[in-house]
Ligand binder design. Sequence first.
Ligand code: C2E
Ligand code: MG
Ligand code: MG
Ligand code: MG
Length: 302
Amino acid sequence: QAKNKGRNRYDIFNPIGRNQAIARLELENDLRKAIERQEFCMYFQPIICLRRNTLCGFEALVRWHHPSGKMISPLDFIPIAEDTGMINELGWWIVRASLRQMRLWQDQLRVQSGDRPRLWVNVNVSPIQLKQANFAQGVQQILDEYGLPNFLLKLEITESCLLESTGTENQCLADLKKYGIKLCIDDFGTGYSSLSRLHELPIHTLKIDSAFVKDLQTEYQNGSCHNSIASTIIKLAHGLNMDVVAEGIETEEQKLVLRSLACDYGQGYLLSRPLAEDAVYDYISKNCMDYHEIQPIEARSS
Ligand code: C2E
Ligand code: MG
Ligand code: MG
Ligand code: MG
């Protein structure tokens, strides 16, 4: 069946499949124009140290303002950008836009506090981008351009990157390591990483997928948190000398449990939604000065 041949194949003899194929082609054309016209923007979601309850960094998340006025989710256009190869060009725009903003905030805050805050930024990278021979060099060049130290950048990759990696990707991962650019495994636990690969590569952080954080809610109620997948991932990460971030924290219970399980960092709607550029600066100045406790209620927006 056509469906089984890949996500960009449609059965044109089936009217539903045909409409989908047309809609998809239109989106593909719009995406091509969107890259030329730069219709994208970055949102930034705070990452919080659970132990100290302080702001530590952000994850940069791309958004597309479609000319129709709709805001299109990355879940809908990143796969198309990947299938068509447009992800490389878009990916460079994303790295540049994320680092430019970080530099701006660091400067603004230094003026305010006399000290440059050490906020990191996590940038999502698609496995396809790692097939570019000079990927690591390109990232290094942008870091230099904005005068940011490499240790403030983390690239989020998925487990499939590790599994499928061949010559170019391996070289790319080795170069990133050489430059001291950190790697983070996104949605950890949903793919099929081999533990030995995980150990070999310069991976700094595991991100617990939000599905396992959701499970903690019931596990909290029936007292089985210590046997949960989340707990297992935290122990694994620490055993491998890695940090661990929990994503999709939506309730106070989830946050409390994660903290009691010694999870290092957290991210989720409870702490803050992803913020538009202009909201980030306010968020940082409220939450970053002298390590104030974060203020989750006021910080909520978007
Ligand atoms: P991800 O990297 O796992 O990002 C986390 C997603 O969870 C984000 O969705 C974020 O808005 C959402 N989220 C955060 N906290 C909560 C919560 O408490 N509850 C719930 N239900 N959701 C939460 P978003 O921004 O729609 O991005 C979706 C996915 O698209 C990302 O998943 C990532 O795989 C991809 N993506 C986003 N931005 C980029 C990018 O710049 N480059 C690439 N290659 N992929 C991106
Ligand atoms: Mg991510
Ligand atoms: Mg994730
Ligand atoms: Mg996820």
